[in-house]
Unconditional design. Structure first.
Length: 268
């Protein structure tokens, strides 16, 4: 099926790891050329090499700390210089801080989370706008989280950042539609870098997540999440704008209980 994406040019933030890497693989198979904007040199270059081994000339790696405005604009500039334009931005990158109670979260923690999430998304959207305008339109897919909806314990700063991204995305969907630019939101639940961190810090988290999911399993970045992103940036979704899609096996319906079992101990 022709989805109208072959030859399009995309940036995927955090594209060297987890969900981002699954998205990169999926988009490359669909014929999209892309920049992997990744903070890890090793993961980012490995992802680009992997793509180019199968689809030569399809991917470039750009070292990018999305919490640094200059690096964000540099990633956009290099993409346009290398490929000749920009059609799609997938704002996937995020950061987690230590799992502590709201009253123990610090300004530095909030700054780190907002920088990699809300601010990084804001800067990439602003940097990409003139290039999408020049091409007569484009598509953003920004990442939200069920954590913000469930008010997940120990994630107050992350919840705040994701809520800001939701508000920004909805505003862009309304205001930038006049340029032919669509902005949609995805709230995934999959075995990405955030999931891996939670599983590492909370033994048994993976099994609990699978058991509590209506489909009874944890999503796969490449086969469960990436196809939804591909749909949202394709011509098949040309009339979809400002939508929030939960690619989570239905987890957003019953949600989950994130209350720490040892709450009395950690509040002493």
């Amino acid at each position: 099926m022709d989805m109208g994406v072959a030859g399009k040019i995309a940036i995927v933030t955090g594209g060297g790891q987890g969900i981002g890497r699954g998205i990169v693989r999926c988009l490359a198979r669909a014929g999209i050329r892309l920049t992997i904007a990744e903070i890890s040199e090793d993961h980012g270059q490995a992802a680009a090499d992997e793509i180019n081994a199968t689809y030569p000339g399809t991917a470039i790696f750009q070292h990018t700390d999305v919490s640094d405005k200059r690096q964000v604009y540099d990633a956009v500039a290099r993409t346009v210089a290398h490929f000749g334009g920009l059609d799609i931005v997938i704002n996937n990158a995020s950061a987690l801080t230590p799992n502590v109670l709201l009253e123990q979260k610090t300004d530095d923690m909030l700054g780190r989370t907002m920088g990699a999430g809300a601010w990084g998304t804001w800067w990439f959207m602003h940097a990409a706008l003139p290039h999408m305008q020049a091409r007569g339109g484009g598509a953003f897919v920004n990442f939200y989280s069920i954590d913000a909806e469930a008010a997940a314990w120990l994630h107050a700063d992350y919840n705040m950042s994701k809520s800001a991204i939701l508000g920004l995305s909805r505003s862009a969907a309304v205001e930038w539609a006049r340029y032919g630019i669509r902005t949609n939101i995805i709230a995934p639940a999959a075995a990405g870098t955030v999931f891996e961190a939670l599983e590492r810090d909370n033994p048994g988290f993976g099994a609990m997540a699978a058991a509590g999911n209506p489909l009874g399993r944890v999503g796969d970045p490449e086969t469960d999440i990436a196809p939804v992103v591909l749909f949202l940036v394709s011509d098949m979704a040309r009339y979809v704008n400002g939508e929030t899609i939960h690619a989570d096996g239905g987890q957003h319906l019953p949600r989950y209980d994130s209350r720490p079992p040892d709450l009395a101990a950690i509040t002493r």
